[in-house]
Design a protein around this ligand. Structure first.
Ligand code: SF4
Length: 214
């Protein structure tokens, strides 16, 4: 088969979610948000064009750098480790999450996603962590479905943004403010004050970084 045909077949499978650009997968402790402290298997998919300047996984941005991997292989490996799988990125919703989550649900796995919401929601999820970004806002549909809203605080304007986003989510959605890691010393005191004055918000810390685990 000519190389160009092989490439176009791979492209088709990637766009239907049967192959996903797998950057890395690892068993660790969820460090952030509602499930912090809980063991889970993380699947990090490549591809993101949201462009947060403080992003700590910029290696994920270019999907072409990560091998298109069959979802069957991803699931086969994942189920060896945990009954809870967290799909993260990059921005995982750039890809069709239907085939991957269909297979995971067949195996009774709890499916969690961490997303900016900037792309249409696909897949079957037990837990949606929405972490909106100012430069590419979430699609409207995800606000009513998010279980937790996690706003990264880099500067004071992020409190305004957090309130704006909190108005859009459903009433059961749990609200978190999380310091951007490189600014933690500056913004943690601001977050602490803010949460004490606005107790519907909670503090989320990247505890995995304090524990020195991935
Ligand atoms: S959405 Fe996530 S992966 Fe994408 S640039 Fe922002 S922090 Fe990085």
């Amino acid at each position: 088969m000519p190389l160009s045909m092989i490439h176009s077949k791979i492209k088709d499978k990637v766009s239907s979610g049967l192959l996903l650009p797998l950057m890395e997968a690892f068993y660790t402790i969820q460090g952030e948000g509602f499930h912090k402290g809980t063991a889970a298997y993380f699947i990090r998919l490549g591809g993101c064009d949201v462009g947060c300047h403080w992003c700590d996984v910029k290696e994920s941005w270019d999907a072409k750098k990560h091998p298109p991997t069959p979802v069957e292989d991803i699931v086969k490996e994942a189920v060896k480790f945990s009954d809870t799988i967290v799909i993260t990125g990059g921005e995982p919703l750039m890809w069709d999450m239907e085939p991957l989550t269909f297979l995971l649900k067949q195996k009774n796995i709890k499916t969690h996603i961490e997303t900016s919401g900037a792309y249409p929601l696909s897949g079957h999820w037990d837990w949606i962590c929405l972490s909106p970004k100012k430069n590419m806002l979430p699609k409207e549909e995800i606000y009513s479905k998010a279980h937790e809203l996690k706003v990264i605080v880099y500067n004071k304007d992020d409190f305004r943004f957090a309130e704006e986003q909190a108005h859009k989510v459903n009433e059961n959605c749990i609200l978190y403010l999380q310091p951007e890691w490189s600014r933690r010393e500056k913004v943690i005191p601001l977050i602490v004050d803010y949460v004490m004055q606005n107790p519907r918000w909670k503090v989320s810390l990247q505890t995995h970084k304090y524990l020195n685990i991935p």
